[in-house]
Design a protein around this ligand. Structure first.
Ligand SMILES: [Zn+2]
Length: 405
């Protein structure tokens, strides 16, 4: 068997395409494979699919292919142009690459597989290509896969934001809560992003009226956007974010009190953790500082927080009574930060109680967000929000890329 036949088999080339020549350059560390077509071979029109079109001239093209061991491998071919009766002059499609790409399909499949696992910058160094070229490949497959995605079954949506660059720019993530899938991501975190999501949902076969539950934090922009774009959806405020309001109030009480009570120094985290997560030493600190005779406001605020947390463990029929009782206790607490938190809770009353009907939370989003943040940290940030969004779809979009294997 000649080496050209071997490569022809390995590449799965079928007539009229055939490997004409292989040039191996050990010093340059590269292998160049030339592909041609048999004289008189005919081609399919890329425009209309008409078969039997004859080549009328050719254009020289090069593609980066999978390495042959450590040697960079390039394919070269004179790609025929045909004259189709219906479509005019067209460059034919080659079976090893998609139109316009400088990489073969198998090389692109390698990029896609590795990009989900490592920073694109690092991948670019390994394959010795500029990362802009790799991003172009990622963008293409993500866009193509998203174009085919069907969101007609989407009924429960969670929305949250993630910081794109040093906490300055934000990207909003929309997740199908039943399928744990990011279905939309866009720059910004205002009411308009909700409108963009709705358009995209409809473009993918979804219906705004089919969305019955939306889970989000208490950001006024999200709330007004959802009320406007999804008027029939019920809002549930994510319990993690609701609890955070009370947690922050406890921390504020501690900060204010610390100025006059030195025993609170370096206790920040013991008040923020749940008792079961405290070390023995931290638990002892909480116990000591909670003694009634010390009259620490922080300890009272902490106790209010612990009780508040039990809200989500109530039976549905008792939840509202529980919340009302907690609220009146909080407003009479003489702890201004706690009273402010209670007022926030009062303003978001029905969306907080809605949890007992919907049982939705953005816990999935927190998980996705930590994957995204880890990828971002590995990549030391992304140059553009667009790159971050592409990466989010790659990691958490559950997209079908239909790649060759
Ligand atoms: Zn045609």
């Amino acid at each position: 068997m000649k080496d050209t036949e071997l490569f022809q088999l390995a590449m799965g080339l079928v007539p009229p395409w055939q490997v004409m020549q292989c040039a191996f350059d050990k010093a340059q560390g590269r292998l160049d494979i030339s592909i041609g077509f048999v004289r008189g071979g005919t081609f399919v029109c890329p425009g209309c699919g008409r078969a039997g079109c004859k080549a009328y001239d050719t254009e020289e093209r090069t593609w980066r292919h999978l390495n042959f061991f450590q040697y960079e491998t390039y394919l070269h071919a004179r790609v025929p142009r045909i004259q189709c009766e219906g479509c005019g002059i067209k460059v034919v499609n080659v079976p090893w690459a998609r139109p316009g790409s400088g990489f073969t399909l198998l090389f692109e499949a390698l990029i896609m597989a590795l990009a989900a696992q490592m920073p694109v910058q690092a991948l670019a160094r390994i394959v010795r290509e500029h990362d802009t070229r790799l991003w172009r490949v990622l963008d293409h497959y993500v866009a193509a896969a998203r174009a085919k995605a069907d969101f007609s079954a989407v009924e429960q949506v969670g929305v949250d934001e993630t910081a794109s660059r040093r906490g300055q720019n934000y990207v909003s993530l929309f997740v199908d809560l039943e399928r744990s899938q990011v279905i939309f991501a866009c720059a910004g975190r205002d009411a308009a992003t909700i409108g963009l999501f709705k358009q995209d949902l409809i473009a993918h076969g979804g219906a705004a009226a089919a969305v019955s539950e939306v889970c989000c934090d208490m950001s006024p922009a999200f709330i007004s956007g959802i009320e406007e774009q999804f008027p029939q959806a019920h809002l549930t405020f994510d319990k993690f974010h609701v609890l955070k309001i009370v947690n922050e109030a406890v921390d504020k009480v501690r900060r204010q009190e610390q100025a006059s009570r030195p025993e609170l120094t370096k206790t920040r985290y013991v008040w923020l953790k749940n008792p079961e997560h405290l070390t023995v030493l931290q638990a002892a600190t909480v116990e000591r500082l909670s003694m009634k005779k010390l009259k620490l406001k922080t300890a009272r605020a902490y106790h209010l927080r612990l009780v508040f947390q039990e809200f989500w463990g109530q039976a549905q029929e008792e939840a509202e009574v529980f919340l009302r009782r907690w609220y009146s206790w909080a407003v009479r607490s003489r702890l201004p930060p706690i009273r402010e938190a209670a007022a926030t809770i009062k303003r978001h009353w029905s969306g907080i109680l809605r949890w007992f009907e919907s049982r939705v939370s953005n816990g999935i989003l927190e998980g996705i967000n930590s994957l995204v943040q880890a990828a971002k940290a590995r990549a030391r940030g992304y140059r553009t929000a667009r790159n971050l969004i592409t990466m989010i779809y790659l990691i958490a979009g559950k997209l079908d890329f239909s790649l060759p294997t």
